[in-house]
Every structure is written in C-alpha cells, then in structure tokens.
Design a protein around this ligand. Structure first.
Ligand code: ATP
Length: 265
C-alpha cells in the first residue's frame, strides 16, 4: 500500500540573497487530503509552491512525492516540465493564466497537448498505428467536456475564455489543471477576487474533486471561510517559518496564529 503522505517536505529553505523566504520548513500533504498553506503577505507561501513545482531550486531540503503505486519522485531534482509531466503535479497561479482568446473548450484541450503529441508520435513511427492518435484525441475531448460540465460551463464551451465571468475563469483554470489528471493539485489563491457565491461554488468544486477523484490538494488561500470549510489540515507560515499546523479548529484557536494575523496589516 502507498504511504499515507503524497508529499513530504523536509527541511526546505529558500534564500534570495540576504532574504530567507522559507526557513527549515517541514510538513506533509496526506494522500486524498485538502491541505491549506496560510500566512500573512510575504510569509513565503508562493515560494514553497515554486519549490514544489520546480520553478525554483531550493537552497536546501527535500520534497518527496509518492504516487499511489509507490513510485517516488524527488521534486527538488526535477525540472518544472518533468514535475508536471512525470510526477503529475499541476498548479494554478495567483493571476489567471488562461488563453483569453481561445474558447473554454480549447483551453482544456491545450492542457492535454502533451498526451496527444505522444499518441501522434507513436502513430507516426508506425508502432501502434494511426488509431492511437484518434483514441487519444477522442479521450481528450471527452475529458475536456466532462470538466466543462463539472464546472457548469457546457453551454459556454465555444465562448472565448476571456469573455467569461471572473469566477468561471478561475474554475476553468482548475478544470484545465484537472485535465492533466494530476496526483497533486496546487492552487495559489483560487478564491482571490471571488464574491461569496463564487467562493461557495469553488469550495464545492474542490470538495467534489477530492471526493470523486481522490486528488490530493495543496492550496494557498487568504479567504478563511473557504479554508475553514474545506481544509482537512492547515499549515501556517510566518516569515518563512512554520508557526502552527493542525485541523481548522486547532488553528483557529491557536494564539500564535492569531498574533501573526493581528500583527500584520
Ligand atoms: P503573498 O501572500 O503576498 O502572495 P507569500 O506568502 O506568497 O506572499 P512569497 O511571495 O513567497 O510570500 O515571498 C516571500 C518572501 O520572499 C518575500 O520577502 C519576497 O519578497 C521574497 N521573494 C519571493 N520571490 C523572490 C525572488 N524571486 N527574488 C527575491 N525575493 C523573493
């Protein structure tokens, strides 16, 4: 059986010149859990994401990802495209990064480009024959349509992504990440800029992803109502250091956490 943790972060530090953005941070993301990484502005949360996803090479530390079949990946040793393609870690960014001029459906197809290229490569070599590409393409369209439906955007499949309401764009980004069938989904402030109703729709989507697909989720989030509602565990950072870790209830009542938030403006 696969270990209980999908991601183990051990003694992670990231320095930028004189700035220690992350300082000897250790925590686990349990398989199938929603884990929230919270903390005041500048606490180092996005830097942790950049280390996990191979955008930064950590100054020190180990980031071990273990798939359900027990295959292990040391993320700190992989380049970013291998973190996504091989280790199957998907991420979204603080700012929306959809292709605004492409349709909603096309955005979900682009996410599967690698898979399609692989299939077409095989047929080009004549190893498996042309049908491989058509099967892969068919599967990709099915997957894209499934996720469009899951976020309630089937009717807007052919509309430009940039023309959709902001909350729909944010969920389309998550759908796009899910089209790559990640083992670990990393979301950087998915609720930022959402109104209460959109925040609610986001929470429902993330809970459904966990329940129906068993995807482990790590999210950075400032919206405490979203965090408290959906997180199984919370890790709190302040000035690059972990100051608390626990269930939403434990974190809410932790004096160190309260002080960190009241101390920040
Ligand atoms: P926010 O909630 O505002 O997004 P955060 O918790 O994500 O903040 P980070 O963006 O990780 O915080 O930043 C942590 C610290 O590291 C900050 O002091 C920031 O200025 C610094 N930092 C981050 N990236 C770099 C970089 N590429 N070069 C230099 N300093 C950086």
């Amino acid at each position: 059986t696969a270990p209980a943790s999908i991601l183990e972060v051990q003694h992670l530090s990231m320095r930028f010149g004189g700035i220690v953005a992350v300082n000897d941070l250790s925590f686990d993301v349990r398989r199938g859990d929603i884990t929230a990484l919270i903390g005041p502005n500048g606490a180092g949360k996005t830097t942790v994401f950049n280390c996990i996803t191979g955008f930064y090479k950590p100054t020190t530390g180990m980031l071990r990802l273990t798939h359900a079949d027990s295959r292990e990946f040391l993320l700190e040793r992989l380049l970013d495209y291998r973190v996504s393609k091989v280790a199957k870690v998907a991420r979204t960014f603080q700012n929306i990064r959809l292709f605004a001029g492409m349709t909603a459906l096309e955005n979900l197809m682009v996410a599967q480009h690698n898979r399609l290229m692989r299939a077409s490569g095989f047929s080009f070599l004549g190893l498996l024959g042309a049908p491989t590409f058509h099967t892969a393409e068919h599967d990709a369209i099915e997957r894209a349509r499934y996720w469009l439906d899951r976020i309630g955007l089937t009717a807007r499949a052919d509309d430009a992504a940039g023309s959709l309401p902001y909350g729909d764009q944010r969920r389309l980004e998550i759908a796009r990440a899910m089209c790559s069938e990640p083992a670990l989904l990393c979301l950087d402030e998915p609720a930022a800029g959402l109104n209460a109703r959109e925040g609610e729709a986001l929470s429902e989507l993330l809970l459904a992803i966990r329940k129906e697909h068993g995807t482990s989720i790590l999210l950075i989030e400032h919206d405490m109502s979203v965090v408290m509602e959906i997180a199984d565990r919370i890790v709190v950072l302040d000035y690059g250091v972990k100051i608390a870790e626990g269930t939403p209830r434990e974190i809410r009542d932790d004096p160190k956490v309260i002080a960190a938030y009241l101390g920040a403006d």
